[in-house]
Design a protein around this ligand. Structure first.
Ligand code: ADP
Ligand code: MN
Ligand code: MN
Ligand code: MN
Length: 357
């Protein structure tokens, strides 16, 4: 049931006096889904450390048992709240168990340590987040009830009724990201009808994970307003329909400087030697989700093989044409699934390429 959103407008215009609403956001026990709850502060926080550590009932989020249920929320990144506006904030948090160790789905904790060790290399990331919209019944947005749309071909970057579905969601999300202060690089309609992409980056170090998780939070909140569902399942429709990825573009300072292509080639050689280790952390199920997506068809490489190529969209790693021409820049790792944890993906890349671990 969709509530009439216009009724809310009256209440949102009421003066909130000197209070600031801070939406604490965290990744739940699945490692895939987000949760959030609000705290009132009597001042406007300027940085995450201005915000108090808080807690929640981890037994309701798959993060603790009922007899020892409190899980701590440690504030780590602060953004403007595009839904409540004004001084109100979104606050991304890490989760810690009662003994103050990171919870199982807190992948940020180790990512921070790795990024710290590699900071001299100035690792930059840009992630392309693909997603598919479903209507409230779980049908892909724009697909005929009980049937299929015309085959893929006209939908990527398309315009026009019958070709593009759910543009309002992508538009609202784009503006919400800008308002929040995220480095959203762009957006486009994707190959499968009802599928979209947005890109976050370039971001340095752990900020990649922080920004992408908050962008996912915004997308889910915007989708609520349109009564549609966002799915990050990497292959919701088997058959001749594209799946969803989270291509991770990567560079170090050395790769971005003249002659950097040599550093890119060295990085690819290192990655070719630990394909399996990467695949293990490129979806939340140790590779099981990506098995359905990385088939070697639909602009993917087989999950079993490592490959690379210039401008090659059927390879694990693509060197963009422009990068090859310039002799410097970045490469694209096409393997991460749409529902990957960006903290795990970026940590793995830096371990392999910068730290030789
Ligand atoms: P594609 O051609 O694969 O669809 P996109 O334009 O969707 O590529 O995304 C490219 C991504 O690469 C963006 O997120 C952008 O921020 C990122 N990017 C650009 N330059 C760099 C760089 N030097 N290092 C890392 N990421 C980069
Ligand atoms: Mn793209
Ligand atoms: Mn894409
Ligand atoms: Mn791409």
């Amino acid at each position: 049931m969709a509530l009439d959103k216009s009724i809310l407008e009256h209440y949102m215009k009421l003066d909130q006096r000197d209070s600031v609403q801070v939406m604490y956001i965290w990744i739940d026990g699945t490692g895939e889904y987000l949760r959030s709850k609000t705290k009132t502060l009597n001042f406007e926080p300027k940085s995450p450390s201005d915000c108090p550590v808080w807690n929640f009932d981890g037994s309701s989020t798959g993060q603790s048992s009922g007899d020892n249920s409190d899980v701590y929320l440690h504030p780590v990144a602060l953004f403007n709240d595009p839904f409540r506006g004004g001084k109100n904030k979104l606050l991304l948090c890490e989760t810690y168990a009662s003994n103050h160790t990171p919870t199982r789905s807190n992948k940020r904790h180790s990512c921070v340590a790795v990024m710290k060790e590699a900071r001299e290399a100035h690792p930059w990331f840009g992630i392309e987040q693909e997603y598919i919209l479903l209507d409230a019944d779980g049908q892909v947005l724009g697909w005929p009830k009980g049937g299929f749309p015309a085959p893929q071909g006209p939908y990527y970057c398309s315009v026009g009724t019958g070709r593009v579905f759910g543009r309002d969601v992508a538009e609202a999300h784009y503006r919400a990201c800008l308002y929040a202060g995220l480095d959203i690089a762009g957006t486009n309609a994707e190959v499968m009808p009802g599928q979209w992409e947005f890109q976050i980056g370039p971001c340095e170090g752990v900020e990649m994970g922080d920004q992408l998780w908050v962008a996912r939070y915004l997308l889910n909140r915007v989708a609520e307003d349109f009564a549609v569902i966002v799915t990050l399942d990497p292959k919701p429709k088997p058959g001749d329909w594209n799946g969803s990825g989270a291509h991770c573009n990567f560079s170090t300072k050395a790769m971005r400087e003249d002659g950097g292509i040599e550093h890119i080639r060295t990085a690819i050689k290192k990655m070719s030697k630990c394909h399996v280790e990467h695949i293990k952390v490129y979806d939340p199920k140790g590779g099981k989700d990506n098995e359905r997506r990385l088939t070697g068809l639909h602009e993917t490489a087989s999950i079993h093989d490592f490959s690379f190529g210039v401008a090659h969209r059927g390879a694990s790693i693509r060197i963009p044409r422009q990068v090859d021409e310039d002799g410097k820049g970045y490469f694209e790792d096409r393997r991460p699934a749409s529902n990957c944890d960006p903290y795990e993906v970026t940590e793995r890349l830096v371990k392999t390429i910068v730290l030789n671990q």
